[in-house]
Design a protein around this ligand. Structure first.
Ligand code: PEP
Length: 258
């Protein structure tokens, strides 16, 4: 039975691209994707480029905006932080939560990830919860334990209404920015495991509707085969999203012929 999951392709620019680079990027990218339909597209610029992207895109449907991070706090004396309400004000729809770079480089624990997820949901932002194992954990055969712990830590206790808003991104840490990609079979196995976890947590209907993205060195050459796997519902793309033409090719690879 075909499941009603529209693919989502999201480009995480990480700490790249100044505000003045946004306009030429968007001019090219919009031209390249003009003919593409049936795929949700998100761009996830750094905070300083979000304003410019938001001015150009406004609330347009074709390209949605995402943020790379948010504060778990609503407002106040948290110097350097950005709140969910500030993101909403810029028409931001998605927000990455628990990206492995934040977990690894900035000490984000599962509890911090959970609080950020709750803050995003409270402001009607759609969190993209990133989870994934390191190479050592995979080599030790621990990848499913790691995924389960991260899912449990972030999602336990959420209502079904909130869970329905969550998008999951499986991003094996060993594949991020390394040029190594999980094989389609490895990725599918992890995605199926995640969907089974969601089924146990919230039932088959909700799990069947939840989008699970793959991330980790996705390129225009690897995207189509990865996204043709039954439980892979799109891609979270880092490095390859910085080139608007290459990223448009990845978006095109998500279009499935019926
Ligand atoms: C990411 O940052 O989420 C990512 C998947 O990066 P890359 O595509 O560069 O591996």
């Amino acid at each position: 039975m075909a499941l009603p999951r529209k693919k989502l392709v999201a480009g995480n620019w990480k700490m790249n691209m100044t505000s003045s680079e946004v306009t030429p990027y968007l001019e090219t990218f919009r031209r390249e994707i003009d003919e593409i339909d049936g795929v949700d597209i998100a761009l996830i610029p750094p905070f300083t480029a979000l304003t410019k992207a938001s001015e150009i895109l406004g609330g347009t449907q074709k390209i949605r905006l995402g943020a790379q991070n948010l504060s778990p706090e609503a407002k106040g004396a948290f110097t350097g932080e950005i709140s969910a309400a500030m993101l909403r004000d810029l028409f931001v729809r998605y927000v990455l939560v628990g990206h492995s770079e934040r977990r690894r480089l900035f000490g984000e624990t599962d509890e911090i990830v959970r609080r950020k997820l709750v803050a995003a949901l409270a402001s009607e932002l759609r969190p993209i919860l990133c989870i994934g194992e390191t190479l050592e954990e995979r080599q030790a055969g621990q990848e499913k334990v790691v995924l389960e712990t991260q899912l449990q830590g972030a999602l336990a206790g959420l209502s079904k209404e909130d869970l329905a808003e969550v998008i999951v991104a499986y991003e094996p840490v060993w594949a991020i920015g390394t040029g190594l990609t999980a094989t389609p079979a490895q990725a599918q196995e992890a995605h199926l495991f995640i969907r089974e976890f969601l089924t146990k947590l919230a039932g088959a209907e909700l799990a069947g509707k939840t989008r699970i993205l793959y991330g980790g060195s996705v390129t225009a050459d690897t995207a189509a085969e990865l996204m043709s796997q039954p439980d892979i519902d799109g891609a979270l793309v880092g490095g390859a999203s910085l080139d608007p033409r290459g990223f448009a090719k990845i978006v095109a690879a998500a279009v499935t012929e019926e």
